[in-house]
Design a protein around this ligand. Structure first.
Ligand SMILES: NC(=O)c1ccc[n+]([C@@H]2O[C@H](COP(=O)([O-])OP(=O)(O)OC[C@H]3O[C@@H](n4cnc5c(N)ncnc54)[C@H](OP(=O)(O)O)[C@@H]3O)[C@@H](O)[C@H]2O)c1
Length: 452
């Protein structure tokens, strides 16, 4: 990104960067925008050819709209990259109809920007305690003259951008040392020492000190926002960073958090739309805003394909979070949501390219299946089921990238590896690996090089 960008770029800056990226690499011709994929069908008889049905999209998400002017094209291989945060989830609440008739509205956090100008004097209830819920609570409390009420069924830990006001969070979350504080499925070497050897007291001390610093810095005890479990519970589908100003606004009374609470029902009190919470509080409510996350869905596939892609709980059975074991000529990217997605997704893209070029052989389907099931069971246990249907690898991004590189027989240079133990990941150090792989594939006659 441009040097002029700040440490934490805004949404507009990231968008601008992506625009420039497309121009710089001449990708426009490869992109077919404003196009919605409505069906993806496999023709096994014709030799595993995919037919993709699309329609012009007007960004109108209203599914009752008729599907106009669909087109279809065939392809040899399909990569699904529809994101694990793209299909907003809104829970159903008892009393919704009566609430709406009295003028109340229920929205998802993704819909909020459209009502920002209309927020003054309105009453807001925000459901959820993830990053979206806290970001939206802060933004609305800047505009509304009423206190914003946050309903969190579980209080979770959040990491400040500056830990203790001194240490940039990236030294904790974007280093191998930080990752090693969490126990991987099969710890080796130094990690074995940290979790199961003589180093365990040291590791436990580091975690408890960190927890104490964060508790004190965010005044969690005073604000009544101390989560029940230990800090290491933070590693789930996502790992939440503190929204700037959130805890300060709670302290000032502009935001009121009801922890361990849920909405019992939406109702009408004295003719005004309201919300009844499980702690007995009744809150006047013009808008319920659901920061309740996202569904993980692939609606363009038939039920038959979905059954082959997922287990009974709807978890995706993907080897390395990329490769479906039972469906041919298909890959996924982005179902490896991590703490540094640009790199984990790019290395996964390289992995897919290498597989398609015939540059590596995968274990037998049986072995892949056993590994995927073992990983899912471990993830389910450590995240208490919060892993986006198997679509998140948080916090183990370094481990994951190392595994992909090993599959491709690529080795990170020792200097970078050692540096990453204490210093945050530097994406630039990985650039040479692309050239190395491309040259190898070209020398084996598997691709024509250079690619354009
Ligand atoms: N500025 C930024 O960089 C930024 C901003 C927004 C989001 N993000 C990222 O986007 C991703 C999605 O974040 P998100 O906050 O939208 O979703 P999320 O992290 O999945 O959080 C969802 C929240 O909704 C709650 N919830 C879910 N279903 C519920 C229900 N039926 N009733 C009550 N509460 C319910 C969850 O509670 P439980 O914990 O009890 O399940 C959780 O608190 C994350 O990776 C996040 O870091 C980043």
């Amino acid at each position: 990104m441009p040097d002029s960008y700040p440490e934490w770029p805004s949404g507009e800056q990231v968008h601008q960067y992506l625009d420039e990226y497309v121009k710089h690499f001449g990708l426009d011709a490869l992109l077919q925008l404003n196009t919605e994929v409505v069906s993806i069908e496999l023709d096994e008889v014709a030799g595993n050819i995919w037919t993709i049905g699309t329609r012009q999209s007007d960004n109108n998400k209203d599914s009752s709209m008729p599907i106009l002017a669909t087109q279809s094209e065939t392809f040899d291989h399909v990569v699904i990259a529809n994101g694990i945060f793209s299909d907003p989830y809104v829970p159903t609440f008892p009393g919704l109809e009566e609430f709406q008739q009295a003028g109340g509205q229920v929205l998802h956090t993704t819909d909020v920007h459209q009502l920002l100008g209309d927020a003054t004097g309105k009453h807001f209830v925000i459901v959820g305690y993830g990053r979206s819920a806290c970001d939206v609570a802060c933004a609305l409390s800047d505009i509304s003259s009423n206190k914003v009420v946050v309903v969190a069924r579980e209080l979770i830990w959040k990491i400040p951008k500056w830990i203790g006001g001194l240490l940039n969070f990236k030294y904790l979350l974007l280093t191998r040392m930080g990752e090693a504080l969490f126990q991987y499925i099969h710890p080796h070497g130094f990690e074995q020492f940290l979790h199961n050897g003589l180093g365990k007291p040291l590791r436990d001390l580091m975690m408890s000190s960190l927890q104490a610093i964060i508790t004190c810095q965010l005044k969690l005890r005073k604000l009544g926002l101390l989560p029940d479990g230990p800090l290491e519970d933070i590693a789930r589908t996502t790992l939440s960073l503190v929204t700037d100003g959130f805890y300060e606004k709670v302290e000032m009374g502009a935001i009121e958090v009801h922890g361990g609470t849920h909405i019992v029902k939406l109702c009408v009190i004295d003719g005004k739309p309201s919300t009844l919470l499980s702690d007995g509080t009744i809150v006047p409510t013009d808008f319920v805003i659901c920061g309740t996350g996202f569904h993980q869905s692939v609606p363009f596939f038939s039920m038959n394909i979905i059954k082959q892609l997922t287990d009974d709980q709807g978890n995706f059975l993907l080897y390395r979070h990329i490769h479906p074991i039972n469906v041919p000529q298909l890959s996924f990217n982005g179902y490896n949501s991590s703490l540094f997605c640009p790199l984990s997704s790019e290395v996964a893209a390289l992995w897919i390219a290498n597989l398609l070029a015939g540059g590596m052989k995968l274990p037998s389907p049986n072995k892949q299946q056993l590994e995927v099931i073992e990983q899912l069971a471990w993830t389910e246990k450590r995240t208490k089921g919060k892993h986006a249907c198997g679509g998140s690898i948080i916090p183990f991004t370094f481990h994951y990238i190392d595994e992909l590189l090993k599959d491709m027989n690529l080795t990170l240079n020792a200097h970078t590896h050692i540096r990453e133990w204490l210093l945050p990941i530097n994406f630039g150090a990985y650039v040479g690996l692309i050239d190395e792989l491309m040259k190898r594939l070209a020398s084996e006659g598997k691709i024509t090089f250079p690619l354009c």
